[in-house]
Design a protein. Structure first.
Length: 141
């Protein structure tokens, strides 16, 4: 009976950090969308680690906050109305996590189209804040 209680305690204690990480990441994703819609690309860049890397589809790697800010500003000229759905957050220890999700957005122009895709983000806790450290996405399901 003691062994069963110990196993249950271990399972519960390991699930709690995962759900806390997911809740924190969901809140940052909501902030990201709010900033994107306001055109606050400096704010978006602040959500990334100082040496973060973005891997946009069909483009070169983008490294560092300043370059990531420029990248998102340029993308906002082509697309809008982003929506993110987190599918899974896997803890990679107490200070790192991997998020998998999907996105939807609309292209800008005379005939806007809805585009969907998937993404993977590696998050790292820097001080008390979660930061996007590696961000990769592509079209399709």
């Amino acid at each position: 009976m003691r062994i069963m209680a110990l196993v249950i305690a271990i399972v519960i204690s390991s699930a709690a950090p995962a759900s806390a990480q997911k809740a924190e990441i969901d809140a940052i994703n909501a902030k990201w969308i709010e900033m994107f819609n306001k055109g606050d690309f400096s704010g978006i860049a602040s959500l990334y680690g100082s040496d973060a890397i973005a891997l946009p589809p069909g483009s070169a790697m983008v490294q560092g906050r300043a370059a990531i800010e420029v990248m998102w500003k340029g993308m906002a000229e082509q697309v809008g109305e982003p929506r993110l759905t987190t599918i899974d957050v896997k803890p990679l220890g107490p200070n790192a996590a991997r998020e998998i999700g999907t996105y939807m957005l609309k292209t800008k122009g005379p005939t806007p189209q809805e585009v969907s895709g998937k993404y993977v983000v590696v998050w790292e806790k820097v001080g008390n804040d979660w930061k996007l450290m590696t961000d990769i996405w592509n079209d399709g399901k």
